[in-house]
Structure formats: structure tokens, C-alpha cells
Design a protein around this ligand. Structure first.
Ligand SMILES: [Zn+2]
Length: 90
């Protein structure tokens, strides 16, 4: 994911922008391969997986996938995402 995308991304639940970017791993070309996008308005996080930001509303999210992602990246994401982020009330 190109970091410039942050300028056009908005939270799918409340349309808030700008969102916060937390990077876990870089792509070969220098973009973001793994990371999280955080909405400071509603405290939701959205995963970036294999360079793709997954910006889905709550009813289309996969809880197991999200929690697996957070476990995999626990060491490189802030606590507000790994233990306090919506929508899973972790
Ligand atoms: Zn939001």
C-alpha cells in the first residue's frame, strides 16, 4: 500500500478522516505490506494485509481473521489497537 493512500481513506463506519497509520512490515517497493489503520473517532482498526488495506464495515468483517492478524502483529502495533480496538472489544 502506498502511504499516499492515507490521504483518501476514510472510516467506512463514520466517514472520519484522516486516519492513523501504523506500519508493521514494508513491501519490497517501499510501501506498507502489513500494518493497521486506526480511526480515532470510533476506535476501530482496519488491517493492511499483503499490501491491501481492508476497509470493511462491521457486518462484513471476519472476526477470526482480524484476531489472527492482531496476534501475528502484536509486537509491532500499539496497545490501543492490540487490546482496545473496536469492533471486537478485545
Ligand atoms: Zn471510525
Amino acid at each position: 500500500m502506498d502511504r499516499d493512500m492515507m490521504e483518501i481513506l476514510a472510516c467506512p463506519m463514520d466517514k472520519h478522516a484522516p486516519l492513523e497509520l501504523f506500519e508493521c512490515a514494508a513491501e519490497k517497493g517501499g510501501g506498507v505490506d502489513a500494518g493497521a489503520i486506526y480511526c480515532p473517532k470510533c476506535s476501530r482498526f482496519y488491517p493492511i494485509m499483503e499490501g491491501i488495506p481492508v476497509m470493511l464495515p462491521d457486518d462484513l468483517r471476519d472476526r477470526d481473521s482480524d484476531i489472527g492478524f492482531l496476534k501475528d502483529h502484536r509486537g509491532s502495533l500499539p496497545e490501543k489497537i492490540t487490546s482496545g480496538a473496536e469492533p471486537w472489544h478485545l
